[in-house]
Design a protein around this ligand. Structure first.
Ligand code: MG
Length: 261
């Protein structure tokens, strides 16, 4: 009889996932992790759009003589448009932007983004959704974005995955990430508790928001930042891309189920 032994790599992977679960439970004072809903960030997770956001922000900011670097916009990722403009004004002029300034700059940035963005879904994201759906989990989008060009495309690119009424966008929130508000709204829309959800995020500020909402947060480092930035933001697990996450999804779910068996 042939006995199939799990590979040392798989054992190590499951050990790492177990470690992540126990530190989550301990930190959040939860007894179990029982995922029923997966909350997806949009840019940099479902769409390969962050490079276009960063380029559009950078060019707009330079046009307005605002102090910034191209990389800065990856650190700001997840903030609402208003909050990003305020940060730029604080750095440059040590004051918040006026409503007129916010509107003008966000409008210019959005126009450039729409010009550059090719609407390409993130590589591996469809596979993650297929894997998630095979476990009968709810799927929701929680984004700081107010770009209808992408929000409206979700249904086309990920049919049957996201219902508009259950989405949280830049239009629904008051504070936005890194505040826990967007993910708390996501939990409410899903009708689940913090320990019944998993967040999938690519941005440090998004990871902070997921963690602040008390949710087990998986980071996928699809941008140019160091892994360390996402770990320091509090990510419970870290993947280099969505394809790698899709490949491991079964092991993550199995390990969670076995953890409480
Ligand atoms: Mg993102």
């Amino acid at each position: 009889m042939l006995i199939l032994k799990p590979s040392p790599f798989l054992l190590y992977l499951k050990y790492m996932i177990q470690k992540a679960i126990s530190s989550y439970l301990q930190k959040e004072q939860q007894a179990i992790l029982n995922p029923k809903a997966i909350l997806f960030d949009m840019d940099g997770v479902l769409y390969d759009s962050m490079r276009f956001h960063a380029r559009a922000w950078y060019e707009t900011a330079i046009n307005h003589q605002l102090i910034c670097t191209p990389e800065l916009f990856y650190l700001y990722e997840g903030r609402t448009g208003d909050s990003t403009v305020n940060e730029l004004y604080q750095t440059t002029f040590q004051r918040n932007a006026t409503d007129e300034e916010k509107q003008l700059i966000y409008k210019e940035k959005a126009a450039l983004f729409n010009q550059y963005n090719d609407g390409e879904p993130m590589l591996g994201a469809k596979e993650v959704l297929t894997a998630v759906k095979s476990y009968d989990l709810q799927t929701l989008v929680v984004t700081g974005s107010g770009q209808y060009s992408l929000i409206n495309k979700l249904n086309e690119d990920y049919p049957g995955c996201f219902i508009r009424e259950k989405m949280v966008t830049g239009y629904d929130v008051k504070y936005g990430k890194p505040h826990p508000e967007p993910y708390l709204m996501g939990l409410e829309k899903a009708g689940v508790q913090a320990n019944e959800a998993i967040v999938i995020e690519n941005a440090p500020i998004g990871v902070q928001a997921g963690v602040a909402a008390g949710i087990f947060t998986i980071a996928v480092n699809t941008g140019p930042l160091e892994d360390q930035v996402l770990l320091e933001a509090g990510a419970n697990l870290l993947y280099p891309n969505m394809t790698a996450l899709a490949e491991d999804w079964e092991h993550i779910m199995e390990t969670i189920q076995q953890f409480h068996a």
